[in-house]
Design a binder for this molecule. Structure first.
Ligand code: GDP
Ligand code: MN
Length: 400
């Protein structure tokens, strides 16, 4: 789960990371009022959306009067901000007004759960402000990576080494390592999966301040940390994923045209691979979990078909706790109640597979029953490309 910048800054401040003074506003008048309240001579007005890259998208404005502040807020509120990370745009319903920092240098600092190395890794760079993918691609030597041993934690000497590595002078090593370790405590205590401060600013006065902040949390651990669940903002989430989550289904939205109804994350991954191997692109995948009733399968169809890009559906079930006959009945129910207009390919295996296949093949419905996963993938890719001119067909490109 992602949260807004202002929420991440509130958390960081609580753990001892210095952040600029600021206030939230949902109207231009309130934004101007906030700048008066904060005082000073310059402010930044920042769109609160769950996306980075706001600066280059016009979502961050430096202002020198309260009229400027009101105008900047008015230009953002109620609009959708389109960023590199959110091409469909995200609704701006709040802006955050902050005292502007006088920036001498911008550093990059992040803590993340690195799934490849199965460790928490601290990443830092002397070149902040730009995104880290860009940094890693253009100047990999400028990026410091420090793994954290979970049993030992993030140690003082490691924090000092990072401060040295990003080129901080002697007088700033201690305050910087305090900030790094405070950020780590926030990350660890709240079960975060990502904490990014970009930029961590050095001001003209030599102070260190978190000018931007981003945090994401492990959904499965949110129940442990009081107050974190309340930070959720459904207006910023993928509506397709929200619909599924509201029904207790786990759904992942992708960019292709094949909808996938599967049980289990491992089978989902294998299915994605097989579809790609057959030259197709998944639009999404939905995990129905174990012991799924026909109604649950119907709900899964509804969620998958909500995505207008879906041109064919693949049902791939390896039934252990599940029952193929129930899944098959669910598919029939979907045809009866969910207005299925796209080709459906089903591959069933495991518990009650004979009954399941019989139900599908005797249904009189246009369902392609496949024997193997490879077979199913080829069929569904062919079905999704059918009925459109060849020039238009998906040929297995990458993420858009
Ligand atoms: P992002 O583009 O979504 O990552 O938003 P940021 O909060 O990182 O802001 C983008 C850029 O705006 C930063 O890299 C800074 O260069 C600039 N910026 C942000 N806050 C301030 C500020 O207080 N003062 C000044 N002068 N520039 C700022
Ligand atoms: Mn930033």
């Amino acid at each position: 789960m992602d949260i807004h910048e202002y929420q991440a800054k509130e958390i960081l401040a609580r753990f001892g990371v210095p952040v600029p003074r600021g206030g939230l506003a949902n109207s231009p008048e309130q934004a101007a009022y906030r700048s008066d309240e904060i005082g000073g001579e310059a402010w930044v007005v920042k769109a609160q959306v769950h996306s980075g890259g706001r600066g280059e998208a016009g979502g961050v404005s430096l202002c020198h009067s309260d009229r400027d502040v009101a105008r900047a807020a008015g230009g953002l509120l109620g609009k959708r901000l389109v960023t590199r990370q959110a091409p469909a745009g995200k609704l701006v319903s709040q802006v955050y007004v902050e005292e502007a920092a006088e920036i001498d240098r911008e550093l990059y600092f992040a803590i993340l759960l690195d799934r490849a190395s199965e460790q928490v890794v601290i990443i830092a760079s002397a070149d902040g402000g730009v995104d880290v993918e860009h940094l890693a691609a253009t100047a990999p030597e400028a990026v410091v990576r420090v793994p954290v041993e979970p049993a030992v934690g993030f140690l003082e000497f490691q924090a000092r080494e990072i401060a040295l590595a990003v080129g901080l002078p002697a007088g700033q090593i201690t305050p910087a390592s305090r900030i790094f370790r405070a950020a780590y405590r926030a990350f660890r205590d709240l079960d975060a999966t990502l904490l990014e401060i970009n930029p961590l600013v050095i001001t003209h006065d030599g102070d260190l301040v978190a000018a931007d902040a981003k945090m994401s949390f492990d959904d499965n651990a949110i129940f442990r940390s009081p107050g974190i669940a309340e930070l959720r903002d459904p207006s910023q989430e993928d509506p397709r994923e929200r619909h599924a989550a509201d029904h207790g289904l786990s759904y992942v939205g992708l960019t292709g045209n094949i909808g996938c109804i599967i049980n289990g994350a491992g089978l989902a991954m294998a299915t994605m691979d097989m579809i790609k191997l057959a030259g197709g692109e998944p639009a999404n995948f939905l995990d129905i979990g174990g012991g799924a009733s026909p109604d649950r399968v119907l709900t899964a169809f509804r969620a998958v078909l909500q995505d207008d890009n879906v041109e064919a559906v693949l049902v791939n079930i390896f039934a252990g706790i599940n029952r193929c006959d129930w899944v098959a009945e669910g598919v029939l129910k979907a045809f009866a109640e969910a207005d299925v207009k796209v080709p459906v390919v089903a591959r069933l295996s495991g518990t009650n597979v004979e009954q399941g296949r019989r139900i599908l093949s005797h249904s009189g419905l246009p369902i392609i029953v496949a024997d193997t996963l490879a077979d199913a993938a080829e069929n569904v890719v062919a079905a999704s490309a059918a009925g459109r001119p060849a020039a238009d067909r998906v040929t297995g490109g990458g993420l858009r």
